[in-house]
Write a protein that binds this ligand. Structure first.
Ligand SMILES: [Mn+2]
Length: 340
């Protein structure tokens, strides 16, 4: 965090403030961890923070320290709106633009509070009085650590803060394996462990929580895996019936696409999931190296994301969507074969 932003933050926090800390819609480990970690820190400085999320989040995050005090906008609109009306400061964490908070966007835009952003996504909007944005960071949780450090308050690190920040860094780095994981990330992790974060327990709480139905659905997905060696591409399909047969819950297919990408010599992977309720096919796309699934999703599927991870959707049937996908691949043959 640069000197000017640090100075602005120090001034804003120089007297006790009412603060709302907000994460993005469909909050993940980094959004929840950074908001809770920051909130504990702000409380220790004498402020009155509340963590507010646009909507609910998966059960595997519901053990995190402080999680019971999170206010969920979708469930408590009135209370959330009143809170936003009387707050002094709003911290927005792990997102780059106010359209990432769903229905919470309107009350946020109406708010007269002072905004501060901490985030690691590209192209931050400029709504905040103080913006700490760095796309080189592994996670917003790592940035909350830097934020505490910049304010010379690192000694306020508690086990609660450390556990929250560790969780977000672990989940956003794919357990410390993505290229965004730097020596600094590991140095911070070391300090979080020293402050009481239990890495083995955190991993268990997050990843060893599969329902038997989800594991069987993964079996179906892997059985449906198709490899197209010519295009170094692999894809998975799941029909609505297959989901229904396995008591599908939101989030159950999270990460399935990565199995397709883990096949030797595959650099581009997709999963196509039929959604009869919305009458669409949802897809997740993953890639290795410099093949941009962000561009692919933007060009063909009304979506987008990051260079190696993106999403999109199609209003055609599952079969048509897959056939179309296969028909597009020859255009990318050279590019796909040039990866590595
Ligand atoms: Mn993040």
């Amino acid at each position: 965090m640069d000197k000017k932003t640090t100075q602005t933050v120090k001034e804003l926090l120089s007297k006790p403030q009412k603060i709302v800390v907000i994460g993005h819609k469909n909050p993940d480990g980094d959004a929840i961890g950074s908001c809770l970690g920051l909130s504990f820190f702000l409380k220790s400085l004498g402020h009155s923070p509340t963590v507010l999320m646009p909507n609910d989040f998966p059960d595997f995050l519901k053990w995190m320290p402080g999680v019971d005090d999170i206010l969920i906008y979708e469930k408590e609109k009135q209370k959330s709106t009143e809170l936003l009306e009387k707050t002094d400061l709003i911290f927005t964490l792990d997102f780059n633009s106010l359209d990432r908070v769903g229905d919470l966007q309107e009350p946020l835009e109406k708010s007269e509070a002072i905004f501060m952003m901490i985030d690691h996504h590209q192209q931050p909007s400029d709504y905040a009085v103080a913006t700490f944005s760095d796309v080189g960071m592994s996670s917003t949780c790592e940035m909350v650590f830097h934020f505490m450090d910049a304010l010379d308050e690192k000694e306020r690190l508690t086990q609660e803060i450390a556990t929250n920040l560790y969780t977000g860094i672990m989940t956003d780095t794919g357990s410390f394996r993505f290229s965004s994981t730097t020596p600094t990330t590991h140095r911070i992790i070391a300090q979080l462990i020293e402050a009481g974060a239990d890495g083995a327990l955190i991993y268990q709480n997050i990843y060893d929580t599969n329902s038997p139905e989800r594991m069987k659905l993964l079996g179906v997905a892997l059985n449906n895996l198709i490899i197209l060696p010519e295009f170094k591409t692999a894809y998975i399909t799941l029909t609505q019936k297959e989901l229904d047969d396995h008591d599908f819950k939101k989030g159950d297919t999270e990460g399935f696409v990565n199995y397709a990408l883990s096949v030797d010599n595959v650099v581009f992977a997709a999963i196509f999931i039929e959604n009869k309720q919305e009458n669409i096919v949802k897809m997740s796309l993953r890639s290795k190296g410099d093949f941009s699934v962000n561009d692919f999703a933007r060009n063909h599927y009304n979506g987008g994301g990051h260079i190696n991870a993106a999403g999109g959707k199609s209003s055609q049937s599952l079969n048509k969507t897959v056939n179309e996908f296969i028909s597009i691949l020859p255009r990318y043959k050279q590019e796909l074969n040039d990866v590595f």
